[in-house]
Write a protein of this length. Structure first.
Length: 230
């Protein structure tokens, strides 16, 4: 039986999960650099998300190749007897400040040679274009939707790509104030499809009580959902 036949008359949900807290004592922008793993708190966050999704009909789990994403995906996959697939399209956005601390007085912005990266906040000039992030994330979401046709899929990714693809789906401008992103640690952004048509976007924060207060930018109560075509 094909995925299309399985999905006939049924919705497919693709959950975009942001990874949990990362062990990063130096406080650098780790970006795509390897070797950054979940902290103990981050592992608790991952377990909380797994508990939150335990009763769902999850048929496919996939993660960014970075360690923190795979470690967040593992307890989710284990709860459903699945392996964690890998999709490079779910990776963190490229950033010229990777490996550096970011600040005016004591970070990368103290060095005038870095100022050139700030010339265009709309593209943005310091990293991967927002449009490119939408294209690759929608490709990954489409593959997950097909793999879990008529059921649910989990894609573990990173804050900026998740927020950008959600902004595109909800028809908002892509350039934004990073402090206002609604994509806290271990949050779940859910895309619901009827066939290939996106019909709603939901958002929840099952691990919000574990997230340090200063990292809760844009946090909202669980269950926030926006429907399309109403």
């Amino acid at each position: 039986m094909s995925g299309t036949e399985r999905a006939e008359g049924r919705l497919t949900v693709v959950h975009l999960v942001r990874h949990g807290e990362v062990h990063n004592p130096a406080g650098v922008l780790y970006g795509r650099a390897p070797g950054y793993h979940l902290s103990e708190l981050g592992r608790r966050m991952a377990e909380r998300v797994a508990e939150h999704l335990a009763g769902r009909d999850i048929g496919y789990v996939v993660a960014s190749p970075l360690e923190r994403a795979r470690e967040t995906a593992e307890p989710i996959a284990k709860a459903h007897g699945l392996d964690v697939a890998s999709d490079p399209r779910l990776i963190e956005a490229a950033n010229a400040f990777e490996g550096k601390t970011f600040g005016v007085g004591d970070g990368a912005l103290k060095n005038p040679s870095n100022w050139k990266y700030l010339r265009n906040p709309f593209r943005p000039s310091w990293g991967e274009p927002y449009v490119d992030q939408v294209v690759r994330m929608m490709g990954a979401i489409g593959s997950a939707r097909e793999a879990a046709a008529g059921r649910e899929a989990v894609c573990v990714s990173h804050q900026l790509p998740i927020w950008i693809v959600r902004s595109w789906a909800e028809r908002r401008r892509l350039w934004h104030d990073p402090r206002k992103r609604q994509c806290t640690l271990a949050s779940v952004t859910s895309f619901t499809f009827d066939g290939t048509e996106l019909v709603s976007v939901g958002y929840g924060e099952p691990a919000l009580d574990l997230v340090p207060a200063h990292l809760r930018a844009g946090a909202k109560p669980q269950g926030n959902q926006k429907a399309f075509g109403a």
